[in-house]
Design a protein around this ligand. Structure first.
Ligand code: ATP
Ligand code: MG
Ligand code: MG
Ligand code: MG
Length: 508
């Protein structure tokens, strides 16, 4: 049986497209061109938002794809956990199937179960499911309908568990389409006596698939309104499923990452091999560094291939700088290492996401440029760090602060100007000039004993965004139209739909 990640992705698409009559829609870029409510595309459903809200007419009622996702900002931000566990990544592929007002809960659950247990042949006793247990504030009761559906499929009561709003009410961001969901979890250990999900979040039990029942819209003012139609939106993490099917402890041991782990080792001298340790067991942080670097490099390639520019996206810049820093300080590579690793990603993912191959020159030159800037900053920062005086509170305990070069330079600026407060305007300047996010600004304010209210930054950002939106309105519209085209075209199958030959799908 072929359990390569390539075949796992293919089987998913085959199942929904060939057997269940779904249309293939290619992954959108990871840049949310038409949507300023999220910093990156964070789920497969993003490109269908308009359809859910009823502002866009779907051409196909049932679609499926594998979407490139990035979760390092906004409501879904996994940046700080990456490397510490084995299954949260900055960049990952989310396979999904959608129904736009066509089938609903029952069919979605049945298909998911059939695919997992019959096609992928996961023994049912390795799986648990959850449903929404209701929420008073939302004024939405428990989703017993879904519980009953799982029962009718044959799951026992002790495998169908309710959870609250945090886990079982899915939302894209602060606003947007949302609804109760049902998650499928994989048990890596298979203790059939375990009757609850107390171990949720640990390595033995991992969420692999989320079936979202889109029925509501969260409005900008926080209120919830019912949508005109009910939709299905599902997301199955390729990395996590591959980990389960390949019988590995973490995604980093699967073929989606192991080539990078190997490449890091091969390209470094005298660095211990990756040994898969986590937490305190990884006492010198070497394994964690392997994981972070191999995770981040995929995110960097995916972002640059889709045209995100670090100058305009501080999150991406931060991830890049973290890679440069790891390369130098942990793997003792002076320069060019991140670029070298990007080649491995393009080689392994380029077949599925050809934009990576097409844009390889741009990917290289941006990485080079950013590395040069990083080095200059670092030099300047090291000089400054020696001169900086910390407030008493933080003199002993600055361990948790990530002293990046930009952080230190911002600190220097504030020490020179000595404001009492970091206002919204000033915070925005720090964000804009040094690439600091709100958390870093908060740390700065604490170290330097200045007051700071993060909400002021949000307000300022919104103002700036609104202004730039106006300015780019025409441009946005153009891109929006061209993306709409992708969804609505049927005649142009060559370009917009999948094709198949003996060796598999040819992606547009
Ligand atoms: P978790 O609770 O583990 O953080 P989630 O509930 O935030 O996951 P969803 O928003 O439901 O995840 O996304 C659907 C699927 O996408 C998940 O079931 C999982 O397989 C995958 N997924 C989500 N976040 C990540 C990530 N950071 N890295 C890899 N896969 C992910
Ligand atoms: Mg999450
Ligand atoms: Mg979850
Ligand atoms: Mg989930």
């Amino acid at each position: 049986k072929d359990i390569s990640s390539k075949n796992i992705r293919q089987q998913f698409l085959d199942y929904f497209i060939k057997e269940k009559n779904h249309a293939f829609v290619k992954s959108s870029p990871v840049v949310p061109f038409c949507d300023s409510t999220v910093p990156f595309v964070n789920a497969g459903m993003n490109q269908f938002k308009g359809i859910f809200l009823g502002t866009q007419v779907p051409h196909f009622m049932k679609v499926a794809n594998s979407q490139k996702c990035i979760r390092i900002g906004g409501k879904h931000n996994d940046l700080n956990i990456v490397g510490k566990d084995g299954y949260h990544h900055t960049f990952f592929e989310m396979m999904g199937n959608w129904s736009f007002g066509s089938y609903f809960k029952k069919e979605a659950c049945e298909m998911a179960w059939e695919l997992l247990t019959k096609v992928y042949k996961i023994p049912p006793n390795r799986l648990y499911v959850t449903y929404f247990g209701g929420d008073n504030k939302l004024n939405i009761g428990p989703d017993f309908e879904t519980k009953d559906i799982w029962k009718s499929i044959g799951l026992l009561d002790n495998r169908i568990l309710p959870f609250g709003i945090k886990d079982n009410f899915w939302e894209m961001g602060a606003s947007g389409p949302c609804g109760p969901c049902s998650e499928i979890h994989f048990d890596h250990i298979c203790d059939t006596n375990r009757g609850n999900l107390v171990n949720k979040g640990l390595h033995d039990l991992t969420e692999i698939w989320n079936l979202v029942f889109i029925e509501y819209n969260r409005c900008a003012d926080g209120s919830i309104e019912a949508l005109p139609k009910k939709h299905i939106d599902t997301g199955l993490g390729l990395e996590r499923l591959t980990c389960a099917l390949q019988g590995k402890l973490s995604s980093y041991d699967t073929d989606l990452f192991d080539y990078l782990i190997t490449a890091i080792h091969k390209n470094c001298n005298n660095i211990p091999k990756y040994s898969g340790k986590f937490g305190e067991e990884d006492w010198n942080n070497i394994d964690t560094s392997y994981r972070i670097l191999s995770d981040h490099i995929r995110m960097i390639v995916a972002s640059l291939a889709d045209g995100i520019i670090p100058e305009e996206n501080q999150k991406l810049r931060r991830v890049l700088r973290r890679c440069f820093s790891l390369s130098q300080n942990v793997f003792f590579k002076e320069s060019g290492f991140v670029k070298e690793l990007s080649n491995y990603v393009v080689e392994h993912m380029g077949e599925v996401y050809p934009e990576m191959e097409q844009n390889i020159k741009q990917i290289h030159s941006i990485i080079d440029f950013e590395e040069d800037v990083y080095k200059l900053l670092k030099e300047a920062a090291e000089k400054e760090l020696k001169k900086i005086s910390f407030s008493n509170k933080f003199r002993e305990n600055t361990d948790f602060v990530d002293f990046t070069p930009s952080f230190i330079l911002a600190m220097k600026e504030l020490q020179n100007t000595q404001p009492n407060e970091i206002t919204g305007d000033l915070a925005f300047r720090l964000y804009d000039t040094y690439g600091l996010d709100s958390d870093s600004i908060q740390q700065l304010s604490e170290i330097l004993n200045m007051s700071y209210n993060p909400e002021n930054l949000v307000i300022k950002m919104n103002k700036v965004r609104a202004k730039s939106r106006e300015e780019h309105h025409i441009q946005f519209n153009k891109i929006f139209d061209s993306l709409n085209g992708d969804l609505n075209k049927t005649d142009d199958t060559e370009k917009y739909s999948y094709r198949r030959n003996e060796s598999g799908y040819i992606f547009p």
